[in-house]
Design a protein around this ligand. Sequence first.
Ligand code: ADP
Ligand code: ZN
Ligand code: ZN
Length: 747
Amino acid sequence: MDNAALALGVLRVAIDAPLRSPFDYLPPPGVAPAEVPLGVRVRVPVGRREAIGMVVDHADTPSVSAAALKPVHQVIDAAPVLDSALMQLLRWTADYYHHPLGEVIAAALPKALRAGAPAAAQVECWRASVAGRQALAVDAARRAPRQQALLALLAAEPAGLTSADLTAQLPRWRDAASALLARGWIERLEVGVTTGAQSCGSRAVAAAGGERGAPALSDAQSSAVAQIDASAGSYAAWVLQGATGSGKTEVYLRCAARTLARGGSVLVLVPEIGLTPQLVQRFRERLDVDIAVLHSGLSDAERLAAWRAARAGQARAVLGTRSAVFAPLPQLGLIVVDEEHDSSYKQHDGGCRYSARDLALVRAQQAGIPVVLGSATPALETLQNLIDARYRGLALPRREDQALAPRLALIDLRAHTVRQGLSTPVIDAMRRHLSVPGQVLVFINRRGYAPTLLCTACGWIAPCHACDARLTVHRASDQLRCHHCGAVEALPERCLRCGFAVKPVGQGTERVEETLRELFPEQALIRLDRDSASRPEQLEAIIGSVLSGEARILVGTQMVTKGHHFPGISLVVVLNADQGLFSTDFRAAERLAQTIVQVAGRAGRERNRGEVLIQTQYPEHPLLQSLLSGGYPGFAATALIERRAAHWPPFGRLAVLRASTRSRGGALEFLAAARKLSPDTGAVRLLGPVAAAMARRADRYHAQLLIESADRGPLHRFIDDWLPQVEALARAQRVRYALDVDPVDIQ
Ligand code: ADP
Ligand code: ZN
Ligand code: ZN
């Protein structure tokens, strides 16, 4: 070991690359390692190129030979970009999900920061140069009065003036500035904005309680707010359970306002912001601080601005989707996870497959602050944590002025005449509700016109050429589309094999819309799915027309379950409950029950009881029965017994290694080889490999290997040993693979 290197010490730098361990670098010449704090970005040589990484550790002993050590090219930041609390969370994330730290850090940073942009917002400033002052003294700019005026303004202000100041004082100053800049008489600077916490602090105190325009709380709400608030300053996980409209958001708002008044900042996670513009509006109206909104629909510049505002303490509340769990928030005092059961909190595709709900709990624990998980239908994991007293429960009963719980009934599809997916009792009930006049919601979990295009002569079914899947008929656009890989084809009029006529089979939202227009021609109908509401304005228009009562019938997919109140809806119809009943995925039943309860939650107003009709071929199924007799808690109790018996989560821990290859069988072979590598510890069980439920998707063959253990500890120790060996294998083959810890979708 080279003594010089030992004495110097090295910087461990995490780079945005699929590399397990950080790289070691020497500090720049003349700089001691300790002078480069953790959390700052550095430019470093990687092979022949240069990359931007983050210093994540100091070490005395380099992990490579001293001769191979290279110095950092440049230290980008004077102060850490991410504070030590956030670094701790990112480290935890990388460890727990067995994902490279550099990639986890990159995912937490806006794109511009990954490319080296300053971490603080910059303000353009102007200052007179020495030459400029001399020129002013001898009146050298007298022929150009505007230049003269600008120079005089700047010379009078030694610290310089911002562009905003100049615009206020001297209209059309920019041309003059260019001319002066060209002559070297003024200088342009970019100055980092310092924290806006001071000004915001005083506003927050004025907003204490957040009660402006707020309803008086019910006893249950007051009690929830008081208990959550009493846990301020220490870790506590609260589960706020209440039906849609029971007043959970009201509780979040009060707790947020109290946290802000104490000088803390607040993080609110929601499943999808695009679907809930009213929620953002409500927070803005009620909280007297700047709120940064972070979601996937932002442009890079918008995301950067929101992120910087949060980091600078200027936006003291962040409202965001999944990745906002990594938002930089100094003095974080409260985290809220709304609709905590929603599967969009889990990163499904690409990158580190984290659960933002779970990370919110870790972040709260690390920071020593309360976290509130709100839902009408908590995840089974969450309910088990309540039973085990790891979380504390708060229940909001229906408010006095709120509708009674809707009445659920099953319609046996085998026992009734069915017209295009609609049974006679459903059509009769719709007629009855519409005449009152009520509004009706028809829920079907499939968009498009029909899921299948069939030849009536030879039995040909329009297939996706890249997937083991049928193409969905989309009448509105005259297309066949694959909902798995996105392939699009023209809708053929005749069979592509024998030339005979083809016909669409089954129902999607478009076809249900068509049938209902025939059945109820006098009723205004509107459809809500990803095709009809691809842009936010369309979504707002649809929601508006249901809320105003203009639309009498709403046909929609899952999108209708996300965060809207439709108090005028008195009847909800679930067209087909059966997809969730017999899935290979052990979570399918839970998702089905949540969907039914969430959809049912849209029904009913004031004291009128809403009605919910669920069409099924299996009315005797235990899941549907437990849901009918015991509601969501009844279902959950039954489902938890099943999970325990099968050792599924939350009674066992799971990870899944997924792989895909272009060649048939390649993914299975790779996983079989990976399985052979596994040290036999006895503490974990490997199941598979098996082909995925849809083996061929987007022209790749998919397979998976399940890793199961009774406890987290042995599972993670196993993966720590095993994954590096799998990686060594993978490099030799053309395999795409990813490890998913706590998978939510194991089809
Ligand atoms: P949730 O988040 O559980 O769906 P919200 O907090 O959004 O419920 O409340 C639903 C509606 O009821 C909102 O319009 C809200 O303003 C109103 N509301 C909430 N709490 C009360 C209350 N205590 N008194 C009167 N109205 C309330
Ligand atoms: Zn045919
Ligand atoms: Zn496809």
